[in-house]
Every structure is written in structure tokens, then in C-alpha cells.
Design a protein around this ligand. Structure first.
Ligand SMILES: O=C(O)C1=C[C@@H](OP(=O)(O)O)[C@@H](O)[C@H](O)C1
Ligand SMILES: C=C(OP(=O)(O)O)C(=O)O
Length: 426
């Protein structure tokens, strides 16, 4: 396995232009494929998760013309009609491809098998399948009950009353919402359990609105979707920069000093993970906010105690920022870290302890108390892009570190280490 040794960084300085948001890219591609009319998508993310969505759409008969650098696409909308693919759709470990496609394919007609990487077979999908089955969908588990792979006999769905458990992943509700306009009748969705990762639902509703579908809801507890609709292409749509990817550069500037200007997200961002920059202001970072950019400088960092349920991805970055903040950092209400690319709560705790930090791993929280010297260790990344990116901050904080399997950043940010070295001063 390849490893990347990062020498201690003295400071950071410069400009970073973020790649497009993963969450927006995959939602936009799917709705553009279902829409009437062609859609030109700009600033599309070029990464594994998006490649899996693009490959699936192509197998479903959707024509997509990609620019040479793969950041622009013209998607030829099929107006809701998709082909039956010859083979299984392989979706890697892309939750934003697997979950929405499950719901949408159950609502169209044809036979589909959805598979993924071994980790995808350990990521639960029962809450979504239960909800779709209660609406009459024909979905079978081909291996383990409640987990991928899935076999779907799409036959159209008529809608109605449905409840969905929102306590493990918001992506299940996102999937149901994106499919519901295709149902023949109206759908009333009620949420069982506490809905997690709520801001991602706003991303979903925002993208649906761009494609002409408006959804009403009562405080995220009940959602009303009119049936028999066809998404309409907005013509042209730009993907904003990835706010989760921004978190590493916000943190780097806050830790190391110098100044980083981050282009692509700002006060106008539609992504909940922009909230990480607000958390970093509490931690002590000096941040200037503009509509679509952030300028970040170092501050005196102190540990915070936060509920991070709304920012599960960016909150991982806070766990390594904690190494350079005064006092204890507590990150709470993050049980679902355990069902993502790896058991992130356990993995983060394990790797932080290897560096020498004092760590308490709770069932749904982590507490980190920094130490004055960090051990020079090789960080295992568990095929989790965010673990690789988070632990690069050890070098930003002035300590050498080795990152095992750095190429796992390909899931959402293939050029991450080049971008970091571009703003690093040694
Ligand atoms: O809807 C989305 O685009 C996402 C929702 C979140 O997942 P959960 O809702 O499972 O927390 C997040 O962690 C993931 O990276 C992307
Ligand atoms: C949880 C993540 O991915 P996914 O979209 O596969 O859930 C992530 O990108 O951190």
C-alpha cells in the first residue's frame, strides 16, 4: 500500500478554488437525467462518487456529454423514462448515488440490481427499503437483510401515506423525496425518530426546486409531495464548491497562520457544512465572510463542546483541529459516524490515540484532549477520504505524519494533497 509522508508545514498561504460539491453534483445529475430537456451542469465534481453516478446513468440510457476535464456536463434528460441496464449497477461506496437511485428505480419500470464496494454492503439501507416496500415497491436483499446489494423490480408507485425512519441517515428521506414526484399520486411522508443531518434535506429541496418541484413540510416532521410530476430542466446550473472539502483549508489557515482565501463557498452557501466555519470562529479562527468565498487566518484556538449532528462530515475535521486547540474538544450527537465509510468514531479515536492525544470514544460522541508533543506515526485511513484529509492537519500543525493509502481521497477530492501542498510553506 502506498503511503505519503508529510513534512511539518511552517505556514499556509494562498488561494484555493474548491472542487464542486459531491452532494450537489450527484443530486443535480440524477434530476437532470430524469428531467424534461437538456441541462448544462458546470463546476461538476470529478471524483469517484460522481463517476459511479455517471456510469449508472449511462447504463440507464441517459446521454451525458462530459468536457475533457469532466467538470462540465450536458445531460440529456429522459423525462422520467430510463432503460433497463444489461448488468448490475456498481455504485462503489457512494451513498449519494446508491440511496437516491434505489428510490427512483423502484418508482420507474424495469429490472435493476444495485451493488457496491464491500463497505457498501455493511452500510444499512433498511429504513429506506422499508418505506418503499410499504408503498408497494418490489425490492429484495440479495445478501443480508437491510443491506445492499438490492434487486429492484421497478413497476411504478402510486404514493400515499408513508413513514420513514430518519435516525441513521438523512439520505433515505432525500431518496424518497427525490422519487416522490414520479409516483402516480401524492405522497405524505412522516418522519419516525429524530431526523439526523437535517441540512442535507435543505440541499435536496433546493435542488428539486431548481428542477421545478416544490415540496412543503412542517418543521421537517411531515413532507407533502405532489405526484405525477416531471422534473423540468433549469437549462444551466452551476454546482457550488464543496463545503465539506473547504473544512480542511479553513482548519489549515486557523492552525498554521498565514492566510488562505477559499473560493467556492461563503455566506450564501446552501450546504450545511458551511456551519463548520462558524464553529471554527468559536474555536478562535479569524474568518472574513463573502458571498462565495472565505478568507481565513490563524487565531488562538481553544477547545469547544458542540452538537455536530448537522455537520457530520465537516465535524471530523474538528477532531484533528482539537490537537492544536487549548483544552478539551467534545463533538457530540454523531452516532452515524459509525455507519459511513468506516466506523469513523472508532477510527478517529484510534488514530488520534496513536498520535498521543487523550481520547474518550463514547457511543455517539468523542472527546479529545491535546498533548504538547505528537508521535511520528503512520495514520491508517480505512478507505475513508475524510480520515486522510483530516490527519494531513497534523503536518499543518508542525508535526511530521505519514498518511497510508492517500489515494482514498479520490472519493470526493482526488487532488486534495496537491492543493494542500500548493498553499503550504515548509
Ligand atoms: O445527502 C448527502 O449528500 C449527504 C448526507 C450525509 O449523510 P447522512 O445523512 O447519512 O448523515 C453526509 O454524511 C454525506 O456525506 C452526504
Ligand atoms: C459519508 C460520506 O459519504 P456518502 O455520500 O457515501 O454517505 C462522506 O462523504 O463523508
Amino acid at each position: 500500500m502506498e503511503s505519503l509522508h508529510l513534512a511539518p508545514i511552517k505556514g499556509v498561504n494562498g488561494e484555493v478554488t474548491l472542487p464542486g460539491s459531491k452532494s450537489l453534483s450527484n443530486r443535480i445529475l440524477l434530476l437532470a437525467a430524469l428531467a424534461q430537456g437538456n441541462t448544462t451542469v458546470t463546476n461538476l465534481l470529478d471524483s469517484d462518487d460522481i463517476r459511479h453516478m455517471l456510469a449508472a446513468l449511462s447504463a440507464l440510457g441517459v446521454k451525458v456529454e462530459l468536457s475533457d476535464d469532466k467538470t462540465q456536463a450536458v445531460v440529456h434528460g429522459r423525462g422520467g423514462q430510463l432503460d433497463t441496464p444489461d448488468d448490475a449497477l456498481f455504485l462503489g461506496n457512494a451513498g449519494t448515488a446508491f440511496r437516491p437511485l434505489t428510490a427512483v428505480l423502484a418508482a420507474t419500470s424495469g429490472s435493476f440490481t444495485l451493488t457496491g464496494e464491500p463497505r457498501m454492503e455493511e452500510r444499512p439501507i433498511g429504513h429506506l427499503v422499508d418505506a418503499l416496500q410499504s408503498l408497494g415497491a418490489d425490492i429484495h436483499y440479495s445478501k443480508q437483510r437491510h443491506y445492499p446489494p438490492l434487486v429492484i423490480q421497478g413497476q411504478g408507485l402510486s404514493g400515499g401515506e408513508v413513514s420513514i425512519d430518519g435516525s441513521i441517515s438523512s439520505q433515505f428521506l432525500t431518496a424518497l423525496l427525490m422519487a416522490a414526484p414520479l409516483f402516480q399520486g401524492d405522497t405524505n411522508i412522516s418522519i419516525k425518530g429524530e431526523l439526523v443531518s437535517k441540512p442535507y434535506i435543505d440541499i435536496t429541496l433546493g435542488v428539486m426546486a431548481k428542477f421545478g418541484v416544490h415540496v412543503e413540510h412542517d418543521n421537517y416532521q411531515r413532507f407533502y409531495v405532489k405526484g405525477g410530476q416531471t422534473y423540468q430542466s433549469p437549462g444551466r446550473i452551476m454546482v457550488e464548491g464543496d463545503a465539506s472539502s473547504a473544512s480542511y483549508f479553513v482548519a489549515a489557515a486557523a492552525i498554521a497562520g498565514g492566510e488562505i482565501t477559499i473560493h467556492g463557498v461563503g455566506s450564501q452557501s446552501v450546504q450545511g457544512d458551511i456551519g463548520f466555519a462558524k464553529v471554527m470562529q468559536q474555536v478562535g479562527a479569524d474568518i472574513d465572510w463573502y458571498d462565495t468565498k472565505l478568507v481565513v487566518r490563524k487565531g488562538t484556538l481553544k477547545g469547544v463542546d458542540i452538537d455536530a449532528n448537522a455537520i457530520p462530515d465537516a465535524a471530523m475535521t474538528l477532531a484533528t483541529v482539537a490537537l492544536f486547540a487549548k483544552g478539551k474538544t467534545a463533538i457530540r450527537n454523531i452516532y452515524n459516524w459509525r455507519v459511513k465509510e468506516t466506523d469513523r468514531l472508532h477510527a478517529m479515536a484510534t488514530e488520534l490515540k496513536k498520535l498521543g492525544a487523550e481520547v474518550i470514544e463514547g457511543e455517539d460522541y468523542i472527546e479529545i484532549t491535546p498533548v504538547t508533543e505528537l508521535n511520528d506515526v503512520a495514520i491508517d485511513t480505512y478507505n475513508d477520504h475524510r480520515i486522510a484529509m483530516c490527519f494531513s492537519l497534523v503536518a499543518v500543525g508542525g508535526w511530521p505524519v505519514t498518511i497510508n493509502d492517500p489515494n482514498c481521497t479520490a472519493k470526493t477530492f482526488p487532488t486534495y494533497f496537491d492543493t494542500l501542498s500548493h498553499v503550504s510553506q515548509y
